[in-house]
Design a protein around this ligand. Sequence first.
Ligand SMILES: Cc1cc2nc3c(=O)[nH]c(=O)nc-3n(C[C@H](O)[C@H](O)[C@H](O)COP(=O)(O)O)c2cc1C
Length: 325
Amino acid sequence: MTTLQAPITIRNISFKNRIVMVPMVTFSFHGDNGSYYGNQHIEHYTERAKGGAGLIIVQATDIFGASTLTKMWSPDNMETLTKIASNVHAYGAVAMMQLAIYNEMDINLLTITQIHAIQSEMKQAAINACNMGFNGVEYHFVHGYTLCKFLDASLNRRSDEFGGNAKNRANILTEILPDIRENTHSSFIVSVRMGEYQPDSRNGIEVAQLFEKAGIDMLNISYAMEPPVNPVPDKFECSPITYSGCKIKKEVNIPVIAVNEIRTEKQVRFLIDNKYVDFVGIGRGMLTDAAFANHVLQHEPVNKCFGCKKCLWFSDHTKCPARKK
Ligand SMILES: Cc1cc2nc3c(=O)[nH]c(=O)nc-3n(C[C@H](O)[C@H](O)[C@H](O)COP(=O)(O)O)c2cc1C
């Protein structure tokens, strides 16, 4: 057994390997009969589970509508999501959903009532995910979106319990965590995707440690408001964003996923064999090669992402030039 398949268990859930498909919105896909999710999504995620990923984190789903079973939580969408979870499980992978706020909001202008309404949807979305058979959820606190701004010490200027010190800035999630635990089964994983710089490393590490202390089970480290550009140490064969994940890993005792431009078997093994992180997150590499994980595990060549970014922003990743026809 290689270190890539070394056993790891989170809240009773065992992962068959350390390769994660990170969340990616499938911009060109649509549901069936007007729904958001549909057969294209089922096929997409099933293929990646079949391709050997140990964990599949389904793309960002907006939390709004979770309580009323509307929008992305309509019965049709939930039927599709339920099917995705069960297909992913059929291939032995762990299935999680990413939960996000799509809308840009000025977090400093939100009333307490509005924040409580957000928290209520965040909580209900996790409960729905659990009821649909997912093993856990990941809250999207990254890439400059609304939840991300709560964590940032320079952007969050609130003077109530949702602003100020790091504990307060994380409250939007940590406050509702006991409620989520009470309404989901004991092995349900609650994870956070966040960045190291909030806006500086010290603040990011403090928030990561607070999440751990509050009972968050794992962290997926991407970037917060802006991608870091700090140079990485000599011989570190990955990007500054990936390095951020490795830095956070040293500061917490819960499992950490590092991500970004991890494109080769060599990079995957470098990160895991040297224990820089617990999991490697693969984004575009999973679009170019649905069997990325199996190829790496079996020392076979992968269809390497060219980094052209044509898959981003409402484009069609199925036209990716690196995909084998
Ligand atoms: C098409 C596309 C959609 C994405 N959608 C999401 C998303 O829903 N949630 C998220 O946190 N990150 C999203 N990302 C960022 C990826 O999860 C990942 O962090 C990024 O692509 C870097 O990893 P990579 O170099 O392996 O692709 C998206 C990226 C791409 C390319």
